[in-house]
Design a protein around this ligand. Structure first.
Ligand code: MG
Ligand code: MG
Length: 264
């Protein structure tokens, strides 16, 4: 069941997603060698609650194991998604994907950004920039007149030029009063196929892209998903609304990128 959103609902989603953007910016300020992902999680949880929202990932049920124990997912290097914050300090050259979700006044925000920890290798920088570009290539296709397959096709086409892998087991999704609504928004597909995109559709687009092969495995914690070949993975996510025929990005990387520019 797909719920198309009204103007008021889109504004409520924007508010929730702007809080996610501000939370990611708070995290950006502390990402550096020596910091732990647990410290990032504590900061995020306090910031989200201080702003009147709830971290929606915390306690997220898992049919195969324990509920998610933290407020953000922190996926380091070869962890693709759903990494659990821990006490191990990050080192120079690591990358960490920070996925953040909030519930604010009944509406969800969801966005993810992959950070560099100090200086990283040129080939990893390229993986990050190409993955981020693929997110925007997908967003460009999210217009009335197109179909969902156009989004996935654009993401896939962009990253495959570099020999990167597209993770297929995990996908973007509809978003609204619930974090995960219909439709599913895969990061691969055939142009011109799938659901017709219409005004009021609100979705999270989130390419998860691997430096090597896309095949993955689940850790015994039943959450963390890693690449089988041990190569790195990147993950960027925006929540968007189709509004007046085109994509309106409700989350934002603006503040995060401003902070990143002062570091690198
Ligand atoms: Mg997310
Ligand atoms: Mg998501």
């Amino acid at each position: 069941m797909i719920y198309l959103k009204t103007e008021d609902e889109i504004e409520a989603l924007r508010k929730a997603n702007q809080l996610v953007a501000a939370t990611l910016a708070e995290i950006a300020k502390i990402v550096q060698p020596g910091v732990t992902t647990r410290e990032m999680d504590t900061l995020a949880e306090h910031f989200i609650r201080d702003n009147g929202a709830v971290p929606s990932f915390k306690g997220c049920p898992n049919p195969f194991g324990p509920a998610f124990p933290a407020s953000i997912c922190t996926s380091v290097n070869d962890t693709i998604v759903h990494g659990i914050p821990e006490d191990k300090p990050l080192k120079k050259g690591d990358i960490v994907s920070v996925d953040c979700g909030v519930l604010l006044e009944g509406f969800c925000g969801d966005s993810c950004y992959t950070f560099c920890v100090g200086e990283v290798k040129a080939e990893i920088k390229q993986l990050l920039s190409v993955t981020k570009e693929s997110l925007y290539k997908g967003i460009e296709q999210a217009i009335v007149g197109n179909r969902l397959g156009d989004i996935g096709c654009a993401v896939q086409h962009h990253v495959q030029q570099y020999g990167y892998g597209v993770v297929r087991q995990y996908a973007g999704h509809g978003i609204g009063k619930k974090m995960h609504e219909d439709p599913m928004v895969p990061n691969y597909g055939t142009a011109g196929t799938g659901l017709a995109i219409s005004n009021g559709l609100c979705i999270a687009i989130e390419p998860m892209i691997t430096e090597g092969k896309a095949s993955s495995y689940l850790l015994p914690d039943r959450w963390s998903v890693k690449t089988r070949d041990g190569k790195s993975a990147a993950h960027y996510e925006h929540t968007i609304a189709i509004h007046h025929g085109k994509a309106d990005i409700l989350s934002s990387f603006e503040e995060v990128e401003q902070i990143e520019r002062t570091k690198h």
